[in-house]
Design a binder for this molecule. Structure first.
Ligand SMILES: [Zn+2]
Length: 245
């Protein structure tokens, strides 16, 4: 089955952004929309399903259309297992001017309300080329408070794998799989992607922060849950031994 691909210009303008967010991008504006490429497998027979999703102009975000398709798959008879990989130009958002589209929350809500309830085993990996609205500065830690970064922490904490689309191998793989481009133009895209090395190192720092924070928060929550159980057990013990029934 053929994979739906994006064109060379979309790869260049939306994915291969050279500078960090908010820094001058070669005179180009930062992309104002998200493109999501998906690869979905399930226990049902059939080839991997591939799709490309775009934002609705001033409306729903690309991720939300992916969730619609996931819902359709979930309603099929006999689905017990779903594995999905998304490749996006931006990481999922978690706040918005009208506060309707918060993709990180939307994904998590869908996992909880729909997938978990149906007892379907689900694995989701989100790979992205650029952090959405993350103004990283080494000497200023404000970026750590970004709602979008915290949305990623929430996703990670709930088992969603996060990966950066980066490095020679990563970009090569991306061009081969998802971009409809001639060999000659592929070389040009490769050269452009290689200019991102510095910012990709910075992205690595941001992702490490997300991973570390997610695992620290998960540990704290586990302790709190354990403490509560212990608390109840202690109380019950006291009640039973002191005849306080
Ligand atoms: Zn969004």
């Amino acid at each position: 089955m053929s994979v739906r691909k994006i064109d060379q210009k979309e790869a260049e303008d939306f994915f291969i952004v050279i500078n960090q967010y908010c820094e001058q991008n070669d005179g180009n504006r930062w992309p104002h929309a998200t493109i999501v490429l998906s690869a979905v497998d399930s226990n049902l027979e059939g080839p991997t399903s591939h799709n490309v999703y775009y934002n609705e102009s001033r409306g729903r975000h690309a991720e939300s259309f992916f969730i619609d398709d996931l819902q359709t798959l979930l309603q099929k008879e006999g689905v017990t297992e779903i594995t999905a990989t998304l490749v996006q130009n931006y990481s999922p958002c978690n706040a918005n001017h009208n506060d309707i589209e918060r993709c990180a929350d939307k994904i998590l809500k869908f996992m909880k309300d729909n997938i978990e309830k149906k007892n379907v085993s689900f694995s989701l990996t989100i790979q992205f080329a650029n952090f959405y609205k993350c103004y990283y500065k080494k000497e200023d830690e404000k970026w750590k408070k970004s709602p979008h970064i915290n949305g990623l922490v929430k996703l990670r904490k709930n088992g969603v794998a996060l990966q950066l689309l980066k490095g020679e191998e990563g970009w090569n793989d991306f061009f081969n799989k998802f971009v409809d481009v001639s060999d000659e133009d592929k070389t040009r895209l490769r050269e452009r992607a290689a200019l991102r090395i510095d910012r990709e190192n910075v992205d690595e720092i941001i992702l490490n922060y997300v991973e570390t924070k997610a695992s620290a928060e998960a540990k704290v929550e586990e302790h709190v849950a354990e403490a509560n159980v212990q608390d109840v057990t202690d109380k019950l013990e006291k009640m039973t031994t002191k005849d306080e029934w």
